[in-house]
Design a protein around this ligand. Structure first.
Ligand SMILES: *Cc1c(COP(=O)(O)O)cnc(C)c1O
Length: 379
């Protein structure tokens, strides 16, 4: 079965009890236990297992090529659950331009629970190797990274990790399994903010974690049921519905992003466009090799003569907001949004200037998007 077919024909396709073509939303918190049966029951209490959530968990495990998936109340809850696998004194090596929320968790885990973290430029594999010590337990990667879209070699990181017996974790939010499957490239754990492209309609907050080994499955099962940050049945259903159209949405959004990136790249007043789909992007070839496409997120430097306020207030279609991966185009300002908690110097060091805008390209008609950017840039 090809991946596009798998998006439609998976654990969610037909309800085994009724034949319904859309999975039922099971609100039950508890399930009747047959008093005289010694068979273990699949469903006992919805914090440990809920039928609607289970369908989502099976579906994402299948799509990522893992053996088990876990659905949480947000991307951050999924990421936090994965970090509970580590102990005080353990050391992690992490992508430098990491999602802001993940940096905040790591800061708290460092200050209060003694987890050690080193941020590295993950595109420089020598830096990765140089920081591995006796307490290093894992390498945590985001590729493409946010917001400058640097590309990390997933196979190479996995092979470095294997030779030092380290776990590898990838946040695959920007790509989704439609474009990139880190478990197939040797990674152990994948995490997602399903809020973004997977659910795809800016109408749900959800997180997922997928693992490849029975040992990690057992560990995360315990974390999910005891810490309890589970995804509810309605949001599980919305995420499942989003996944069915992931392929067509991604194809269209990516096609639009390629055209918008080319337009901005040729614009005389735009000095820099960050997008792995452009041939001058340093990670262009690597991205082509390890993923099925460059995705639908790009960043660019607004011309110095134009303020962010002037530009975004002239845009007619794109909304100005945090988040990404919706059907609508979303323009964000990393310096005042996702990276606001960093110092100005730390932001400059990773290329997050005050004029940098990130665009999550939606599925509108590209002619309208380009016309809109044109009038806002040239006003
Ligand atoms: C949004 C996002 C998260 C956090 O997910 P939530 O669903 O907002 O909790 C984590 N990683 C990346 C890359 C994100 O874009």
């Amino acid at each position: 079965m090809r991946f596009s077919t798998q998006l439609i024909h998976n654990a969610s396709t037909i309800d085994s009890a009724t034949g319904a073509a859309s999975p039922p939303i099971h609100h039950a918190s508890t399930f009747h236990q047959s008093p005289y049966s010694d068979k273990p029951q699949t469903f006992v209490y919805s914090r440990s297992k809920n039928p609607t959530r289970s369908i989502l968990e099976e579906t994402i495990a299948e799509l990522e090529g893992g053996i088990a998936g876990f659905a949480f109340g947000s991307g951050m809850a999924a990421i936090a659950a994965v970090f509970t696998l580590f102990s005080s004194g353990d050391h992690l090596i992490v992508t430098r331009d990491l999602y802001g929320g993940t940096q905040q968790i790591l800061k708290q885990l460092g200050e209060r629970y003694g987890l050690k973290v080193t941020y590295v430029d993950m595109t420089d594999l020598q830096q990765v190797t140089a920081h591995i010590g006796s307490r290093t337990r894992a390498i945590y990667v985001e590729t493409p990274s946010n917001p400058t879209l640097t590309i990390t070699d997933l196979r190479a990181v996995s092979s470095i990790a294997k030779s030092h017996n380290l776990l590898t974790i990838a946040d695959d939010t920007f790509m989704t399994p439609y474009l990139q499957r880190p478990l197939e490239l040797g990674f152990d754990i994948v995490v997602h903010s399903a809020t973004k492209f997977l659910a795809g309609h800016s109408d749900v907050i959800a997180g997922l974690a997928i693992v490849k080994s029975p040992d990690l499955k057992t560990q995360l099962e315990q974390v999910q049921v005891t810490w309890g940050g589970i995804l509810g049945p309605d949001d599980s259903w919305l995420t499942l519905r989003g996944i069915k159209t992931l392929g067509v949405r991604m194809d269209r959004a990516q096609q639009n992003a390629l055209q918008l990136a080319a337009y901005l790249d040729n614009h005389p007043r735009v000095s820099h466009v960050y997008y792995p789909g452009l041939s001058h992007h340093p990670g262009h070839a690597l991205q082509q090799e390890q993923a099925r496409g460059p995705g639908a997120v790009l960043s660019f430097e607004l011309p110095p003569a134009l303020t962010v306020h002037e530009f975004v207030s002239r845009l007619r279609y794109a909304i100005f907001a945090v988040s990404l991966g919706g059907v609508e185009t979303i323009v964000s300002h990393p310096a005042s949004m996702s990276h606001a908690k960093m110092t100005s110097d730390a932001r400059q060091a990773i290329g997050v200037t005050d004029q940098l805008l990130r665009v999550s390209v939606g599925i509108e008609a590209i002619e309208d998007l380009i016309e809109d950017f044109e009038q806002a840039l040239n006003h």
